[in-house]
Design a protein around this ligand. Structure first.
Ligand SMILES: O=C(CO)COP(=O)(O)O
Ligand SMILES: [Zn+2]
Length: 211
C-alpha cells in the first residue's frame, strides 16, 4: 500500500468509527506502520474529521517529521509496535461497552472478555486489563511491553480498548468484534451463559492465528 493509500484508509475508517458512535468527541486514536516510519492521528482531533494531509508522520525512530502534533498516546502504540513485529496498525477507542467492562471491579484482569462467540476468540483472543494510568502517560509503555507479545488486544482500566493487527482493516475489524463481545458480556451479566469449550477455543486458535 502506498503512503497516500494508508492516509486515505485512516481517514475512511476514522469517519466510519466516529459516525457509528464507536468513539466520541476527540477521543480515540489510530496509527499505521509505513515502510519508512509511522502515521498517527493528531492529538485532540476528531476521528470523524481527519485530514489525510495533516496526519502526523513519525520516522522509524519515533521522531515527528511532518503534519500536526501526534496523539499523546505514542507510548501506548509503540508498546504494541515494539513487541509485535507483524503489527502494522493500532486502534484505540472509547467505545461504550468495552469501556464499561474496563470499569467493572469484578472482571478477571487476566481475561476480561468471556469466550462466548468464535469471532471474539478469532479476532482478539484473551484480553487482559491494563492497570489505570493517566491518558498519555509514559507509564503505560512498560505495562503494554509486558503483555503485547502475547495479547494483540487489551482493555485500559477505566478508559477503553486498544487493538493491534497486521493491517488497519484487521485492527478495525478486531476492535469492532471486541466491542460487540463486550456488549454481549454486559447484556448477559447475571445470566447463565454457555461458554465455548476449551476444545473449540483450541481449534479456533489453531485455524486463525493472531498477528
Ligand atoms: O483517547 C485519547 C487519549 O487516551 C485521545 O488522545 P489524543 O487526542 O491525544 O489522541
Ligand atoms: Zn483514550
Amino acid at each position: 500500500m502506498s503512503e497516500q493509500a494508508v492516509r486515505d484508509n485512516l481517514v475512511k475508517w476514522g469517519k466510519s468509527l466516529f459516525e457509528r458512535g464507536l468513539t466520541a468527541g476527540s477521543s480515540g486514536n489510530m496509527s499505521a506502520r509505513l515502510d519508512d516510519g509511522f502515521l498517527f492521528t493528531p492529538t485532540n482531533s476528531c476521528l470523524g474529521f481527519l485530514d489525510a494531509d495533516r496526519l502526523s508522520k513519525l520516522d522509524a525512530s519515533g521522531k515527528h517529521v511532518s503534519g500536526d502534533a501526534p496523539t499523546k498516546e505514542l507510548p501506548l502504540h509503540f508498546g504494541f509496535y515494539d513487541q509485535r513485529p507483524a503489527a502494522c496498525a493500532v486502534v484505540h477507542l472509547h467505545s461504550t461497552y468495552a469501556t464499561a467492562l474496563s470499569c467493572l471491579s469484578d472482571v478477571d484482569p487476566a481475561d476480561a472478555i468471556p469466550p462466548i462467540t468464535p469471532y471474539v476468540v478469532m479476532r482478539v483472543g484473551q484480553v487482559p486489563v491494563v492497570p489505570y494510568t493517566r491518558p498519555g502517560s509514559e507509564a503505560v509503555k512498560p505495562l503494554i511491553d509486558a503483555l503485547a507479545a502475547r495479547h494483540p488486544a487489551v482493555l485500559l482500566q477505566n478508559h477503553g480498548p486498544v487493538v493491534a493487527a497486521a493491517s488497519l482493516d484487521a485492527a478495525v475489524f478486531a476492535i469492532e468484534e471486541l466491542e460487540e463481545a463486550a456488549k454481549l458480556a454486559v447484556i448477559l451479566r447475571g445470566m447463565s451463559v454457555r461458554h465455548l469449550e476449551a476444545g473449540a477455543i483450541a481449534e479456533l486458535n489453531q485455524h486463525f492465528k493472531l498477528k
